[in-house]
Structure formats: structure tokens, C-alpha cells
Design a protein. Structure first.
Length: 276
């Protein structure tokens, strides 16, 4: 990440920050930036999610977007990175907030696991459950955009992106060369980078013996063109400009597009490379 990309702010859970401090910190962010787009995982504890909504309600603001994202922890980190990159472009806050839903379709998030017995976020067959009891068994699991599971060494392969990506890898308590020597070449990955394993990853994947990975579009010009290519709409409730059919700030849903309309649903081909 270059020095021009803004840093992300962390909104702590209730047991780590009193409500008044959370209100003050969020107010400062709104004063500094005008709008705040907050992403949080679907597995976030209920108390933490309630805190986020309490802050928005107490501040009586429509400038705080709370976006629940159904991605694994490393996938969410990648999505946050992409939105940070795009935040320096000429997109309004409504475009950025609704771009999260669009860009998530282009994040290939998964993990290498030693067991799937406690994996409940990706469909797992009884046969795979049985195989997970075999000593030394490993599984490649894709959670997004389409759930898949293969047994490593069994001849199967995970469906990957049809466009050039960068692969970020976060190693936990499971070491293997499968990701770098098998998965990365199959996915035609240009660059493999390493990062620390997110704290929530063992809980999300049901085991600490894992290595998490995510393939994504790293180039800001490609991200820009992808978002800019979607027809813009105006929210009928709060009046902010957006893409797609749902406002990230007030959660209002736009009327369905007519014949030939573009509701912002992406395809999975290779995005064109154009500059901002």
C-alpha cells in the first residue's frame, strides 16, 4: 500500500470502549472526513453490532454507513484495502459505500484447513466430514464468491478468477506448500504476499490449524474502471448518488431496473484496465 492511501479506523467493541468515547471518536471521524463507511463481518458479536447502530442513532447522522459483509476475515481486510484505495478518487461517499457490494464479487476468499468438522459457514458434505478424520488430511475451501471444497492431493481444484490477481496469504498453525505451489499457478497469480492471520480467522473457519488466502484486484486503475462502469443512480430516500440497487447509508432499496437496465450486478470476466 502506498503512502497516499488513507489508513483505516477501528471501531472497538463495547467491552473495550465506553459508549461516550465511541461517540466522540466517531464524531471526530465525521468532522474530519464528512462521511464514514464502516464494514463489519456477518459473524460480529451481536453486542458489537448493536453498539455500531447505537452510535449512528445517538449521533442522529445519515453520514455513517454500516455495511455487514459476508466474507471471511482476510477477505474483508482485502475489501477494506480496496475501498481505501478508491477513497482518493473522485467517487462520492454513496458510490464508495455501494461499491463494497460490487467489489466483494471479485474477492476470491478461502483457506487451507486440516479439518472441516467445525466448519459451518461453507456447505460441507458428510463424505468430506468423514475424510477430515483421516490423519494428515487437508482441504482447500473457497468461501467467496462461490462456495467450494476440495481435498488436497485428491485431484480436485478450486474454481478461480478469470482475471489477473494478487494473492495474499495469512499463515496460521498449518504449514503447507499447496497454496504457493499449486493454487497460485492454477489461479495465474502474478504476486503472492504474506500477512498476519486476522484474529477472528480461527473462529470463522472452525479451526486454528489453517492458512487463509484471498485473491483480489490490486490495481487502483482497474478498480476505478470497474466501479465507474456501473450506471449511477440517486437514492430516492436520502438523495445520495450510488451504484447498484441499495443505498449504503440509509439502506433504502431502489426500484428494479427496467428492460435493459443495469442494476449493478457484476460479471466475472476480466475487468478492463483503464486509468482514472
Amino acid at each position: 500500500m502506498d503512502q497516499h492511501t488513507p489508513t483505516a479506523a477501528l471501531l472497538p467493541p463495547p467491552d473495550a470502549q465506553p459508549l461516550q468515547d465511541a461517540l466522540t471518536a466517531t464524531s471526530v471521524l465525521l468532522e474530519q472526513h464528512g462521511y464514514v463507511v464502516a464494514l463489519y463481518p456477518s459473524c460480529l458479536p451481536l453486542a458489537h453490532e448493536r453498539r455500531l447502530h447505537t452510535v449512528r442513532s445517538a449521533l442522529e447522522t445519515n453520514r455513517l454507513a454500516l455495511l455487514k459483509v459476508d466474507l471471511p476475515p482476510l477477505g474483508i481486510a482485502v475489501l477494506v484495502r480496496q475501498l481505501r484505495q478508491l477513497s482518493v478518487c473522485d467517487f462520492g461517499p454513496g458510490i464508495l459505500a455501494s461499491a463494497a457490494r460490487l467489489l466483494s464479487h471479485y474477492v476470491y476468499a478461502g483457506a487451507l484447513l486440516n479439518s472441516v468438522t467445525r466448519l459451518d459457514r461453507v456447505p460441507v458434505s458428510l463424505k468430506s466430514h468423514a475424510k477430515s478424520w483421516v490423519p494428515g488430511a487437508q482441504f482447500g475451501v473457497l468461501a467467496n464468491p462461490t462456495p467450494e471444497l476440495v481435498k488436497v492431493g485428491g485431484g480436485g481444484r478450486l474454481g478461480g478468477p478469470a482475471f489477473t490477481t494478487r494473492l495474499v496469504v495469512a499463515e496460521g498453525q498449518l504449514q503447507s506448500e499447496w497454496i504457493e505451489k499449486t493454487l497460485a499457478p492454477q489461479w495465474q497469480t502474478q504476486v503472492v504476499e504474506e500477512t498476519a492471520l486476522p484474529a477472528d480467522s480461527p473462529l470463522w473457519w472452525g479451526t486454528g490449524k489453517l492458512t487463509e488466502f484471498a485473491a483480489f484486484l490490486p490495481d487502483i486503475s482497474t478498480l476505478y474502471q470497474l466501479v465507474a462502469s456501473v450506471r449511477r443512480e440517486v437514492c430516492t430516500w436520502c438523495g445520495i448518488e450510488l451504484i447498484g440497487d441499495r443505498c449504503g447509508f440509509c439502506s433504502a432499496t431502489l426500484p428494479a431496473a427496467g428492460p435493459g437496465g443495469d442494476a449493478g450486478v457484476p460479471h466475472h470476466g476480466a475487468p478492463a484496465h483503464h486509468g482514472p
